[in-house]
Design a protein around this ligand. Structure first.
Ligand code: GAP
Length: 555
């Protein structure tokens, strides 16, 4: 991220922040998202989806399941895939045998480093604090820190440095900036750090490890014997069921197992709406293939998953596919790419992860057979404890695969596209939020806020209105409403001026409004209005269901 901002970028950032605030307020006002436990003051890192939010998020998950699993054609070779493949699903438990997390590496390695501020009692993730070294006259230089996800404005660091030194804005030119924005991870002398919210130097503690798994106790045993964890990812539930799925269904490698469900991480600094929550949902696929073709499958899934987002409307420069550098790869991964979105709450040039696509090799299946693995040179070997036995024992079960056509036995390699349902939902909302000018009911151009959601994602697909509440129009509109209800989610509204009813639907992303007017009573036609183009046309009332269905499917 560049630390140099032009006044234009400053203004742009202000504008973006303002739009984000408006989106957050729309989400609350119209029932997309609420703070969890709000009447008790909320609960950090937990969010509830309201009546419209639940529909939107369900649509995101259902589109994913339909496009990846039930709609997948097992018989054809999809564009870019090396061969045909099969897809199947699973729903495993949230709490599993704790040995799974020891073997997977989560027990030992799934931690973040945190720093605490002794002055403000605030806690930060070490790698999420950035700052600049600055000096002034003969005073020793110091590091002005800021939490990166707090939507820090370009002038914040300068403002805080001036305030700390008791200087005015006109003295800004006297500050000597020694560095651009750099991570706190690069800083060794904590005594010279001005914490993100602190007034004095040296209040941040040294970084400490913090395991992100939520611990719980199962049964009547309250000590370590009964300790278990809420799953931090859905993936392990798939790996430990690999053999069950192979033995109970007729799937053959290559095939994928998909799972959608809750995951829990005790994030140190949950923030940015639902982006970093403590309870969230994942949509994960573990795709099992022959080691010789795993690179090609990795490439296929990387591109396939990127296309899924663009097909649903996340096009343009705010979405990107980024390959990880070698030093960013997890301990198990031999290749990872992230699909990222430039969320409006991030600083200009910053992107947030929507999904990771990882080539995990045979790490997971081997771990669950042999015990927790560690890297030794370019080999994965079982990590030994001081007693010369595996540090964390595997299941001892054979999770290799026998191909009865080639007569070969091998441990499949895994490609893992792992997406966040909440981050996806938030990105679709951010991308959809639009403001334009459209004529109101008197024909006067006024500002219009609308959510340009893909019709497949829209919580309500169509709204049905009688133009006026008399002359038999409500009866006809209600008949159409009931007929559409059996196909998709529809809303009936007869209250207020029709122009206002249109605006209310635009604001929640309803793609089509159907209006019954006096002509409908004589020729059986109604008007359909398109949310994005505002175009209106007449069709037969009996054709509304098929017309809207065709449009939702992109026909
Ligand atoms: N099984 C691999 C895995 O869990 P991850 O990158 O840690 O990989 C996958 O998580 C996805 O889950 C992320 O790309 C993100 O969309 C979502 N995710 C992770 N942590 C999250 C959090 N605290 N809040 C919301 N979504 C989160």
């Amino acid at each position: 991220m560049s630390a140099e901002f032009s006044p234009f970028q400053d203004r742009l950032q202000d504008l973006i922040a303002m739009e984000m605030e408006k989106l957050v307020s729309l989400c609350k006002r119209r029932g997309f998202l609420f703070q969890s436990s709000e009447i008790y003051g909320g609960f950090g890192g937990f969010w509830d989806y309201g009546p419209l939010g639940v529909e939107l998020k369900r649509n995101v998950k259902e589109c994913w399941w339909r496009d990846m699993v039930t709609g997948h054609d097992d018989l054809g070779v999809p564009a870019g895939a090396p061969t045909t493949y099969e897809m199947t699903g699973l729903d495993s438990t949230i709490i599993m045998n704790p040995q799974i997390w020891k073997v997977s590496g989560h027990y030992d390695l799934f931690h973040d480093f945190m720093v605490d501020c002794r002055e403000t009692k605030k806690r930060y993730r070490h790698d999420q604090v950035k700052g600049r070294w600055v000096s002034y006259q003969d005073k020793p230089q110091f590091f002005v820190a800021t939490a990166v996800e707090e939507n820090c404005q370009p002038g914040d660091v300068e403002h805080r440095a001036l305030k700390f030194l008791n200087l005015r804005a006109k003295n800004a030119a006297d500050l000597k900036w020694e560095t651009e924005l750099v991570s706190l991870v690069t800083v060794k002398e904590f005594s010279q750090v001005l914490g993100p919210d602190a007034k004095t130097l040296g209040t941040l503690t040294e970084p400490r490890e913090f395991n992100l798994m939520f611990k719980t106790y199962v049964g009547a045993l309250s000590g370590e014997e009964g300790a278990a964890f809420l799953r931090p990812e859905t993936a392990q539930g798939i790996f430990v069921n690999f053999k069950n799925v192979v033995d109970s269904s007729r799937v053959r490698v290559p095939f994928g197992i998909a799972q959608v469900g809750k995951s829990f991480r005790n994030e140190i600094t949950p923030r940015n709406f639902t982006f970093r929550s403590r309870e969230f949902e994942q949509m994960e696929i573990e795709f099992f293939c022959h080691p010789n073709t795993s690179r090609e499958w990795y490439q296929y899934w990387r591109d396939r998953r990127y296309k899924w987002y663009t097909d649903l409307g996340l096009a343009g420069e705010r979405l990107r596919l980024r390959d990880h550098h070698q030093d960013e790869l997890s301990h198990y991964s031999c290749g990872t790419a992230d699909i990222e979105y430039a969320f409006p709450f991030l600083a200009p040039g910053e992107f947030g992860e929507l999904e990771g696509i990882a080539h995990r090799g045979d790490f997971d299946l081997r771990s669950h057979m042999e015990g927790k693995l560690m890297r030794q040179g370019d080999q994965l070997v079982v990590e030994m404890g001081p007693d010369g036995k595996p540090r964390h024992r595997g299941s001892g079960k054979d999770l290799s695969y026998y191909d009865d056509l080639t007569k070969e036995r091998f441990t499949p390699h895994v490609i893992e596209p792992s997406a966040g349902a909440d981050r996806g939902t938030l990105a679709f909302l951010c991308e959809a939020y639009k403001v334009d000018t459209a004529p109101d009911e008197d024909g006067k151009p006024t500002e219009r806020v609308f959510l340009k959601l893909h019709p497949r994602l829209a919580p309500i697909k169509a709204a049905v209105f009688p133009l006026v509440k008399k002359d038999g129009m409500p009866e006809v509109a209600q008949r159409i409403y009931r007929e559409l209800k059996s196909h998709f989610n529809v809303f009936y509204d007869e209250k207020g001026a029709v122009g206002r009813r249109y605006r209310r639907q635009d604001e929640i992303g309803t793609p089509y409004c159907i209006t019954v007017d006096s002509q409908s009573l004589t020729d059986g036609t109604v008007t359909i209005r398109d949310r994005d183009t505002l175009e209106q046309w007449r069709i037969k009332a009996d054709d509304v269901a098929s017309e809207v269905t065709k449009k939702i499917r992109g026909g």
